[in-house]
Write a protein that binds this ligand. Structure first.
Ligand code: NAP
Length: 263
């Protein structure tokens, strides 16, 4: 077994997850790679095993399906070697709510919210018992504010943000680290398949998956909790967090605001 333990990476068959798998293998983690495309996963696992002195296992599972999620939950709950979970698998569908199918909506919620939550809860008991372990949840800048192109995907990522930050509060006094990573537009298969019209995005605003993951890992190494790889002015993030907490506290008055009592 690797001294660093085992890292679980969901959605490791392409894009950001594949780069996480590469970088974590280079850091000496054994790997459990999860996704639906068996051929891709096995090719990636074999290449990493032959390049680095690590073991790479694959779990072929559909995280949008109850049975697939249950299988991964069972496997990772029982594996005491796991020290790191990267909840990266995610689905985005663009288009107005009124034109999005029930099936697409279900899958986005199932993978982006339900699976991420269940997998986090699956590793937590062992992490708490050992007072150690790391959880990295991949959110999105689309979780910061409503964005017309992704009116369902964005809110699923708002959930990831608030769930991850709530867990950070809960585990504050422990040795467990929980990082929220919020990428902006990153060139991956998933991003390209969205078919966002080129006129909407300036190519200069696109990041490579390698830069995204390397910045996120640098943030993790530096103890950062809330990492937005492409955000240069980090004060904006601090102000956003401060303002949302202030807003929550300001509602604790127990009385209707004067603007509702004008009659
Ligand atoms: N690219 C961006 O611009 C961007 C921006 C912000 C946030 N993100 C987030 O970054 C993460 C990775 O996205 P990406 O851009 O790298 O996309 P990607 O290249 O499409 O990768 C998505 C990964 O998730 C896996 N996946 C999708 N549905 C799954 C399911 N039902 N069960 C199991 N695995 C599933 C895919 O594997 P299989 O198809 O083999 O199952 C694939 O490995 C996502 O959470 C995404 O929301 C991306």
């Amino acid at each position: 077994m690797s001294k660093r333990g085992t890292a679980v990476v969901t959605g490791a068959s392409s894009g950001i997850g594949e780069v996480y798998a590469q970088r974590l293998a280079a850091r000496g983690y054994d790997l459990i790679l999860v996704a639906r495309r068996k051929d891709r996963l096995e090719k990636i696992a074999a290449a990493l095993q032959s390049r680095f002195a690590i073991r790479a296992e694959t779990i072929v599972a559909d995280l949008a399906q109850e049975a697939g999620l249950a299988e991964v939950v069972r496997k990772i709950s029982d594996d005491a070697s796991i020290t790191l979970l990267v909840n990266n698998a995610g689905i985005a569908v663009i288009g107005p709510v009124s034109q999005t199918s029930a099936a697409a909506t279900h899958n986005m919620i199932a993978v982006n919210i339900t699976a991420l939550t269940a997998l986090t809860m699956a590793v937590l008991p062992a992490f708490i018992a050992r007072n150690a372990g790391t959880i990295v949840n991949i959110g999105s800048v689309a979780g910061f504010a409503p964005f017309a192109f992704v009116p369902i995907y964005g809110p699923t990522k708002a959930y990831v943000r608030q769930f991850t930050q709530s867990l950070q509060q809960e585990l504050q006094a422990t040795g467990i680290r929980v990082q929220l990573v919020s990428p902006a537009s990153t060139v991956t298969e998933g991003f390209e398949s969205l078919g966002i019209p080129p006129s909407v995005l300036d190519p200069a605003t696109l990041m490579t998956a390698e830069n995204c993951v390397d910045a996120a890992l640098e943030g993790l190494d530096n103890g950062e909790l809330n990492t937005a790889p492409s955000l240069h002015d980090e004060n904006l993030l601090h102000q956003f967090e401060e303002t949302s907490t202030k807003l929550l506290m300001a509602t604790q008055t127990g009385q209707p605001a004067p603007r509702y009592l004008l009659k």
